[in-house]
Every structure is written in structure tokens, then in C-alpha cells.
Ligand binder design. Structure first.
Ligand SMILES: Cc1ncc(COP(=O)(O)O)c(C=O)c1O
Length: 420
């Protein structure tokens, strides 16, 4: 099946920015379909890291030029991240090693304001980075955990049941913005409204949301939101925590004595990844650079660029979803493209073909996918209960092409035919 895409997207120009796309395996160009595990990096981001080192690496607050440049870089990175998340600049953005580390730090910070018997709502769809820190806290403090289930199709949260779990004893709801396992996007507005009614905090995991759809903290108004730069063209080791103004009030993050106790530094333990922050600024500017026309502010450019990328990804995803649907014995998890908002990510299993085997067959042909559970631990337990062995996951990025999608679907079809 071949089909031309209707959306206008300068795919060749985009691809030239990513040196990793030149890699070949078995004489064929690599197809990177593991974007949910981490995107490839454009040259401007690679250069930004190297340029930081070249100019002279330094620690902060010194009376010398490279240290002052580092201080300025940190401020620039907070401003860029604030634009990316549509947050007030400055104190709302804290940095850490990655989403998971920040999430544990946040849970620790919250320990002083929770009492035995207080309730937390966690979900069956979340990555464990937004579950384990809260479970650990619950075990330590004697909190009650209420689990929000998925719809029977196995990849989307059951919103009604989730809302029904939020009551007068709920102190915190931790929920995924877009599932890294199935791509489903969670409607956050009703969850925010309900948590506000009962005075509970809302923590949003935006790691898989960030590469695909504009994030608007001004509209969603979470108390906390977390994401990670390596999923949207940035480097590893740069996690971001958005905290609403005043959200740290009454909390006690673990910190060394000389560290200030006010945001954004109060939860930033030790030296930051300065070169990584240079990469983060470059990644955010790289995204903004794909805005059509002449948008005004960087925030406007980011929104327009992400909508444009998202439209391309969505159209490509429609072809992928349809193609996989035609493979005999293959079960796709999660909602169909016309079933509600989603990221361009699909997981599936094939009867009689273990997922690690299929992952290896594709990898040997230069088609890089994930096969396993993707740390969406409870989701995987649900699949196990249905007799599954984890899943194979394909996730699209703006540098993927229609030809790559056809090649991946063809390779899966062939693997299934050979196994059967
Ligand atoms: C949805 C989601 N949440 C959290 C994480 C954890 O992020 P990090 O690797 O930055 O700790 C991931 C990583 O894959 C993810 O996809």
C-alpha cells in the first residue's frame, strides 16, 4: 500500500538536521521508531553541548567570565523551558537528572504534608516514574492508594472511574498526560476541576506528551508537571519539573544546608548538567524554528511548530495504524486515531510470535523499536493477565517518513508470515 501524505512538512530538510539518520544496518538506512524511548538529536543540539565545553566549562556563582556565562545559561534554560511549558518564567522551572529522579524528590518533599489514611490516586496506565515514588511514600506513611483503571481496550484511562475515585480524603492525583505505552492522551481539565474541588494536588507526567503536542501549563494548571529533554531532541540527563507558583509552600525538599529553600533551587540537589541545559535551549529553539510564517514570541512559535509537527505525525500515524491492522493475528493496544487525542505511538502483540523475538528480527534489519513493557508496569501486568508477553512499540517522530512506515509494516508482515 502506498499513499501520499496531504500535510505539508519539509521532511527532507528536517532529516538533514539529524546526523544519526545516516546510520545503516545490513546495508539499509536505519528506521528510528523508538522515539518514545528517546528521540535523535539534531546537529544544533550536538553543537550546543560541544560549544559549552569549548567556551570553558565552569561551576556557578564565580567571579569570572565562564562562571557568569554558566549562570546566564541556567537562566536562559529556565526561560526556554518556561516558554516550552507555557509557564511564568523563572521560579516555576526546576532541573534535575531526569523525570524519575525529580519525581522521587517531589514525593520526598511531600512527605511532611501527608498523614496516615490520606488518599492518593494513581493509574494503571502510568509509567512507573509517576507511580513508584508515590507508592513508596504510601508504604512509608500509611497512605491509601486508589488505582484508576483503564478502559477494556487496554490502553486508555477510564476517566469516569478515575474521577469517581477522587474524594474528600484525596490529597494527590498523579496521572500521565500521554501514555508512553499506547499514546492515549488523558483529558486533564475534568481531573483538574475535581482535584481542585477536593483540595488535592495534581501531578502530571508530561514525558511522552512533550515531544508531540504543545504543553500549556497556564491552561491545565497542574500543581506539578514533569518531563525530560531527551524525548524532544535534547540530551539525556536534563529533567524538568514545573511547579505552579506557591506549589512548594509547606513542602520540605531534601537538601544540603547551604542550598536555598525557595523554588526553583530548593529541589535542585548538587551541580546541574550545564552542557545539557545548553542542549535543552538549542532543542527548544530547534522546535520553534519549524513554525510556519513569522510567529511573534518563542512561545507562539513553539505552539505553531508543534501543531505543524503534530499534524504530520498524526497523518503518518494513520498509515501505520491501518497497516498494522492488516497484519494477521496482530492486536493493537489503545485507542484508534479517530477515537480521541493521542500521540503517534502504538503498541501491539502478535499471537504466536514473542515480542522480544519480533523486536530482534526488526532490529537486525535496521528497524529500531522497543519490545517489552516500557516501564508502564501496571499496564504490563494487565497484559500479562490477558496472556500477553509485553508488547512491541512503534513511535513516530517528525523525522520519520512514509517510506519508513511502509518498510516497518512490511517487515512485521513478513516476520509474522515466516513465524506462522
Ligand atoms: C511517560 C513516561 N514517564 C516517565 C518516564 C521516565 O522519564 P526519565 O527517563 O526522564 O526518568 C518515561 C521514560 O520513558 C516516560 O515515557
Amino acid at each position: 500500500m502506498t499513499r501520499a501524505l496531504g500535510v505539508s512538512w519539509p521532511i527532507e530538510e528536517v532529516r538533514r538536521e539529524f546526523p544519526a539518520l545516516e546510520r545503516t544496518v545490513a546495508g539499509q538506512p536505519v528506521v528510528y521508531l523508538d522515539g518514545p524511548g528517546g528521540s535523535q538529536m539534531p546537529s544544533v543540539v550536538i553543537d550546543a553541548l560541544a560549544n559549552y565545553w569549548r567556551q570553558g566549562s565552569a561551576n556557578t556563582h564565580g567571579a569570572y567570565i565562564t562562571s557568569q556565562l554558566t549562570d546566564r545559561l541556567i537562566e536562559d534554560a529556565r526561560a526556554a523551558a518556561a516558554d516550552f511549558l507555557h509557564a511564568p518564567a523563572g521560579a516555576t522551572i526546576s532541573f534535575g537528572a531526569n523525570m524519575t529522579t525529580l519525581s522521587f524528590a517531589l514525593a520526598e518533599a511531600m512527605s511532611g504534608v501527608l498523614q496516615p489514611g490520606d488518599e492518593l490516586v494513581l493509574t494503571d496506565l502510568d509509567h512507573d516514574g509517576n507511580v513508584a515514588p508515590w507508592l513508596r511514600l504510601a508504604q512509608r506513611l500509611g497512605l491509601v492508594v486508589r488505582w484508576a483503571p483503564m478502559l477494556p481496550e487496554g490502553g486508555t484511562l477510564d476517566l469516569e472511574r478515575l474521577l469517581g475515585l477522587i474524594g474528600p480524603h484525596t490529597k494527590l492525583v498523579a496521572v500521565v498526560g500521554a501514555s508512553n505505552a499506547t499514546g492515549s492522551v488523558t483529558p486533564l481539565a475534568p481531573i483538574r476541576a475535581r482535584t481542585r474541588d477536593v483540595g488535592a494536588r495534581l501531578v502530571v507526567d508530561a514525558v511522552h506528551w512533550a515531544p508531540h503536542l504543545p504543553i500549556d501549563t497556564a491552561a491545565v494548571e497542574p500543581d506539578f508537571l514533569l518531563c525530560s529533554a531527551y524525548k524532544f531532541f535534547g540530551p539525556h540527563g536534563v529533567g524538568m519539573l514545573y511547579a505552579a507558583p506557591g506549589a512548594f509552600r509547606g513542602l520540605a525538599p531534601a537538601r544540603v544546608r547551604p542550598q536555598v529553600d525557595t523554588p526553583p533551587e530548593c529541589i535542585e540537589t548538587g551541580t546541574k548538567n550545564h552542557e545539557g541545559l545548553a542542549g535543552l535551549v538549542a532543542a527548544i529553539d530547534f522546535i520553534a524554528g519549524w513554525a510556519p510564517g513569522e510567529p511573534g514570541s518563542r512561545r507562539e512559535a513553539l505552539t505553531a511548530a508543534m501543531e505543524r509537527m503534530g499534524a504530520y505525525e498524526a497523518e503518518l500515524f494513520g498509515v501505520l495504524w491501518e497497516g498494522l491492522g492488516g497484519v494477521p493475528g496482530l492486536t493493537r493496544y489503545g485507542r484508534a486515531p479517530d477515537g480521541g487525542p493521542r500521540a503517534p505511538t502504538v503498541s501491539f502483540a502478535v499471537a504466536g510470535l514473542p515480542t522480544p523475538t519480533l523486536g530482534r528480527i526488526l532490529g537486525d534489519q535496521g528497524i529500531f523499536v522497543s519490545a517489552g513493557t516500557f516501564y508502564a508496569h501496571n499496564w504490563d501486568l494487565r497484559l500479562e493477565a490477558q496472556g500477553g508477553t509485553g508488547a512491541v512499540r512503534l513511535g513516530l517522530a517528525p523525522y520519520n517518513t512514509l517510506a519508513e512506515v511502509h518498510r516497518a509494516v512490511g517487515a512485521i508482515q513478513e516476520a509474522v508470515r515466516t513465524a506462522g
